[in-house]
Design a protein around this ligand. Structure first.
Ligand code: AMP
Length: 281
């Protein structure tokens, strides 16, 4: 596996691959890899001749009060996992390589990124869109692979690529969960034992909504109440940020569940902020 920190070298390498007609997949991550990341990489491996994984804890997507300084890092362990996964190139830039000291240009999506997580994390999706834009320019992949766990992120990036004419296909892949339903996340390491024991209630709350829809309940307010009741009982340590039913593409709230619908939720649990989502139909 090649390991590079400078984008001119990265682009030189991917352009050489392209001149040999090799297809290229990019999997962007913030590292501290788990099975959720590794499944994306495995899938990318099956699709393209070359797989690039970027590993960058992007400061511009963290708010001033957020966990940038505490975000878990283990570059050597990550590199060993990527090597085992047959990744061709690990691109792990440092912050100064990614952002010029006078960086002043941003990519701002103004619709799907505004509600839900965007409401409590005002500059988060601006940071995500900007860094992914830069990574796409640096790597020039044919496809870029993301997890559906961060559904809103995926929606923002699909808009960016469509609206700004990027020649890349954005691919979303299913959420990888623990046996008890908790979606894998690097941030799960923040949970204490008692918080970890309550964490699966987030997914259980979404499942309650899906089950109620399957038995005919269509009223979003009723469904939301069911999930909130469950969270109150089974996650007393949690603070609910939102539980909503939205249109999967526009992310606009729905009042009734008739067509495609996605249940989305975010809670603060100790030092962690957990998000999850589930298709209702
Ligand atoms: P992160 O390192 O948390 O920024 O995540 C990097 C990529 O992995 C993003 O596209 C995430 O959506 C994806 N990802 C993280 N956790 C999971 C999971 N449990 N299942 C599927 N994809 C995930």
């Amino acid at each position: 596996m090649l390991r590079l920190g400078e984008y001119t070298h990265v682009r030189g390498t991917t352009r050489r691959w392209r001149s040999h007609r090799e297809s290229i997949a990019l999997v962007p991550t913030m590292g501290f890899l788990h099975q959720g990341h590794l499944r994306l990489i495995e899938w990318a491996r099956q699709q393209c001749a070359r797989v690039v994984v970027s590993l960058f804890v992007n400061p511009t997507q963290f708010g001033p009060e957020e966990d940038l300084a505490a975000y878990p890092v283990d570059l050597e362990r990550d590199a060993a996992l990527l090597d085992q996964a047959n990744v061709d190139l690990l691109y792990a830039p440092d912050v100064r390589e990614m952002y010029a000291p006078t960086h002043s240009t941003w990519v701002v999506e103004e619709q799907v990124g505004c509600g839900l997580c965007g409401a409590s994390r005002p500059d988060h999706f601006r940071g995500v869109a900007t860094v992914v834009c830069k990574l796409l320019h640096r790597v020039e992949p044919d496809i870029a692979v993301f997890g559906e766990k961060d559904w809103q992120q995926l929606a923002v990036l699909r808009r960016m690529v469509r609206d700004l004419d990027f020649a890349v296909q954005i691919v979303g892949r299913p959420i990888v969960r623990e046996m008890d339903g908790l979606a894998l996340s690097s941030r799960n390491t923040y949970l204490t034992a008692s918080e970890r024991a309550q964490a699966p209630a987030l997914y259980a709350g979404l499942v309650v909504m899906r089950d109620a829809v399957a038995t005919g309940q269509q009223d979003a307010a009723v469904l939301q109440r069911k999930a909130l009741d469950l969270l109150r009982k089974r996650m007393p340590l949690g603070v609910v940020e939102y539980v909503q039913i939205v249109d999967p593409e526009s992310l606009q709230p729905l009042e009734t569940v008739q067509g495609p619908a996605l249940a989305v939720a975010a809670v603060r649990l100790g030092k962690a902020r957990l998000i999850d989502n589930l298709r209702l139909r």
